[in-house]
Design a protein around this ligand. Structure first.
Ligand code: ATP
Length: 311
């Protein structure tokens, strides 16, 4: 019986690891089985993709209501507007609906009422592929292909020349690192190649996005803390890609958004506060409380580091 049981047990563990990978994939795309297909319109409106061809995009949310399921509304009437070239930050506690806003901008889902507009038109007026070509995303976690680091950047715009790839890598502050690798841009990376650190992967994603040259940029900031040096390099790279583009940042670290044209504080699917950093600080509400909490947490981490260093 044992002889029979062992292979069954083995198969069972393979089955459960396949299931886990599938679930991970769904998580990666933030899509669960109830995803509703969205349709392209019969007469789609044109939309320019690249910043070199048209000015930065504008974004407007007009009283947007949305739920992944009909019985649970997540956004209860969200409105904001990002004029061409502006920098808008969305902050708020976990589960507030921040990522949902970026998924609606991409039109992974349709709103239940209200409008999501890009360049003044409802996103339902565009072909999905045209809309997505105009939007660049730097995600929290970048997936690298098992290919060369050069290809991983070129994926932002297949057909880019090697000069364009190198230019993007320089702006993203990753060129010097790449040329220090044994095979330079030809070095293989990913699961079966060289493993890159979180900060390096993020800079590859930034270079990809610079190459894509989208008119609208969504930055989904990583929650995990990077060391100060890496953090500074990433910030410089992000400034290069955000310059002149309309940028929506889903922010986890408040220090990165003090220059935002408008900060939206989202809570329970509603915009609870909005304004610039100084206005919100003097208002002494939720945003100011988030700063106080973050400063407190940083001091604690510093105390722990000091204690560890001193022992
Ligand atoms: P975090 O800071 O943790 O990323 P968030 O503010 O981005 O949080 P969202 O990911 O927008 O929050 O989620 C808002 C709510 O919608 C949560 O309650 C979440 O459980 C729910 N939700 C998110 N994605 C789905 C989905 N695909 N299907 C069903 N519910 C979902």
């Amino acid at each position: 019986l044992l002889q029979l049981y062992a292979p069954l047990n083995f198969l069972g563990s393979i089955y459960s690891s396949i299931r886990t990978s599938l679930v991970d994939l769904e998580h990666m795309f933030g899509l669960l089985e109830e995803t509703v297909e969205v349709d392209d319109p019969p007469n789609p409106s044109p939309i320019a993709a690249r910043l070199r061809d048209a000015p930065p995009a504008s974004v407007t949310f007009e009283d947007v209501r949305f739920g992944y399921r009909p019985d649970r509304e997540i956004l209860h009437g969200v409105s904001f507007s990002a004029p061409p070239g502006s920098f808008i930050a969305i902050v708020g506690p976990t589960g507030a609906g921040k990522s949902t806003i970026s998924r609606l901008l991409f039109r992974f889902y349709d709103v239940s009422s209200g409008h999501v507009r890009v360049d003044g038109r409802d996103v339902r007026d565009y072909n999905q592929s045209d809309l997505r070509a105009a939007i660049g995303v730097v995600p929290q976690d970048t997936v690298l292909f098992n290919d060369t680091i050069g290809y991983n950047i070129a994926y932002g715009r297949l057909g880019a020349t090697s000069d364009e790839i190198e230019h993007a890598a320089r702006l993203a502050q990753i060129h010097d690192f790449i040329v220090s690798l044994p095979d330079g841009y030809e070095t293989r990376v990913g699961e079966r190649g060289l493993k890159l650190s979180g900060g390096e992967k993020q800079r590859v994603a930034i270079a990809r996005t610079i190459l894509k040259d989208p008119r609208l940029l969504i930055l989904d900031e990583a929650t995990s803390a990077l060391d100060t040096h890496t953090e500074r390099e990433i910030q410089a790279a992000l400034r290069a890609v955000a310059a002149e583009r309309t940028t929506v940042v889903i922010a986890h670290r408040l220090s990165t958004i003090v220059d935002a044209d408008e900060i939206l504080v989202l809570g329970d699917g509603r915009v609870q506060e909005r304004g610039r950093h100084a206005e919100l600080m003097s208002h002494n509400g939720l945003y100011a409380a988030m700063w106080a909490a973050q400063d407190g947490a940083q001091e604690e981490t510093q105390d722990e580091a000091d204690a560890a260093g001193g022992s």
